[in-house]
Design a protein around this ligand. Structure first.
Ligand code: NAD
Length: 480
């Protein structure tokens, strides 16, 4: 009996998606690997049918069955209220890790040619600002919540080290903005520093994200694997793809506990869609990553090598630097197929082992605190009053509360008590209330009655409790 073929969900996507996806599918089929494709809809066509997520039910069911997706880019509709179908897919299937490798490719000349770049960005993929939790707090002030969890940090750090080990890599950098965002970005840094000793064969180092960007432009060859938060990783990985020839060459894998989605880093490139001009390399290399993940290592190596041999032979699509006579997408595909089985002269196959994914922890993941204390509350107020006038109003309204006004900030700068500086003000104030008597306890009812008193005279729109966990202040200090 012939063994059942491994099913793969294929989302051709929008713009150049169907062209580059078809290229990858033809190449996969030419390797002779036993796979079967379930082509499904997602993106622009689904939005046009009124499916608000851009992902039809049938597509979700296919992914739940196959658990492996090869995906073309999906357009993000522009306008209020429309979510990105890409973000929906990542969130729905909790593909928490985005692996974006780039390397020097033969025949693809860049400013860094000869430096043997081989860098992987491991990007946290579902938390951070990309959770897209946003509010207009006043008609003129917008807010976005940057949520980072210990659980999310552990998973991405473990994935980065597991990937480094599977690929025989030497070093992992953790890039964050922890000097400014001490609690959110700092959580990734601390988790990284805590877990790194468990991987003694790998060198580990923290680097600030802005320095990482600078170093990547100056001396990119010093980097091997870089693990980082979602938005930083999005930006940094476009930068690294630029170092090695551009978006047309940058593959990626979105790794989850149950589902993995393989796609090019680039978008739908509407400017060249339907012209048979797109460079399919990024999607073909994504397909190779997919083959490796489904334990088809030989086919993965064959595809990668065939791409390298094709590039070595001087075949180029229109996006390649210095390309005078560009090859079409379909001709490039034919060349890759004809090179299957050949080995690159400059970059022979690497040795890979399976990536040991961190185990999923079911249920609600809790970081316990031995002690916790409620010490005050920040209340966000919309007001057109000057800071001193607002302060005296609030003091009047809350005179009988156990909480007293400690300070007011405007976009992070302290404006009450006055620092004697001219701050350009907006109608959005953070008003911090703390216990008048620090030795007394603070209860929920005190906060509720404080809000009631303030609501008599002001619009408030957001409340944050000030807490201490295990004696540590669990909120940021104010900037002066
Ligand atoms: P883009 O990546 O589509 O295009 C940027 C530039 O790179 C364009 O000039 C394009 O022609 C070129 N380019 C990209 N891929 C190429 C390839 N394979 N071969 C040759 N040239 C290529 O970025 P964009 O224009 O900002 O985005 C277009 C749409 O794609 C937007 O709707 C965006 O939301 C979406 N998008 C989707 C994904 C995804 O599905 N993962 C990723 C990024 C952007």
């Amino acid at each position: 009996m012939t063994p059942a073929k491994r099913k793969i969900t294929v989302l051709p996507g929008d713009g150049i998606g169907p062209e580059v996806v078809d290229s990858a599918l033809e190449i996969i089929q030419a390797t002779g690997v036993a796979v079967e494709f379930e082509k499904c809809e997602a993106g622009a066509r689904a939005f046009a049918k009124g499916i608000v997520t851009g992902i039809p039910k049938e597509t979700i069911e296919s992914i739940e069955r196959t658990r492996v997706v090869l995906k073309g880019p999906l357009e993000t509709p522009i306008g209020h209220g429309n979510r990105s179908a890409n973000v929906t897919l990542r969130t729905l299937f909790e593909t928490y890790g985005n692996i974006r490798p780039v390397r020097e490719l033969p025949g693809v000349h860049t400013a860094f040619t000869g430096r043997q770049l081989d860098i992987v960005i491991v990007r946290e993929n579902i938390e951070d600002l990309y959770a897209g939790i946003e509010y207009m707090q006043t008609p003129g002030v917008a807010e976005s919540l940057k949520l980072i969890s210990r659980e999310g940090c552990e998973k991405i750090v473990k994935l980065a080290f597991a990937f480094a080990i599977a690929e025989g890599r030497k070093a992992v950098h953790c890039a964050t903005k922890s000097n400014i965002l001490k609690l959110t970005e700092g959580l990734l840094q601390h988790t990284f520093e805590e877990l790194a000793p468990q991987y003694p064969s790998i060198t580990s180092k923290h680097i600030l994200i802005d320095n990482a960007a600078h170093q990547l432009a100056m001396r990119p060859e010093q980097f091997d694997v870089i693990v980082t938060t979602n938005m930083n990783g999005d930006i940094l990985s476009d930068l690294t793809s630029g170092l090695t020839g551009g978006l047309g060459f940058a593959p990626s894998a979105n790794i989850g506990n149950d589902v993995s989605i393989f796609e090019a880093v680039h978008g739908s490139a509407p400017d060249i869609a339907g012209k048979n001009k797109a460079n399919p390399t990024a999607l073909i290399l994504s397909a190779a990553m997919m083959l490796r993940q489904i334990s088809e290592g030989k086919a993965a190596n064959d595809v990668e090598q065939a791409v390298l041999v094709t590039l070595e032979s001087g075949i180029r699509t229109s996006d390649m630097l210095g390309s005078e006579q560009p090859t079409s997408t379909t001709d490039f595909t034919r060349e890759v197929i004809s090179n299957l089985g050949k080995t690159s002269k400059v970059s022979p196959p690497k040795k890979y082992t399976n990536v040991e994914l961190p185990a999923a922890r079911p249920g609600v993941n809790v970081v316990p605190a031995k002690s916790r204390k409620l010490t005050g509350v920040d209340i966000y107020i919309e007001s057109d009053l000057e800071p001193n006038a607002l302060a005296s109003d609030l003091e009047g309204l809350t005179s009988s509360s156990p909480l007293t006004l400690q300070m007011i900030t405007n976009r992070g700068a302290i404006v009450f008590p006055s620092m004697g500086r001219g701050v350009s003000l907006v109608d959005h104030y953070r008003c911090r209330f703390v216990l008048r008597d620090a030795s007394s306890g603070l209860g929920e009812s005190d906060i509720l009655s404080l809000l009631g008193s303030i609501g008599v005279g002001h619009r408030w729109m957001h409340v944050e409790k000030l807490q201490e966990f295990d004696g540590e202040q669990a909120y940021s200090k104010s900037q002066v």
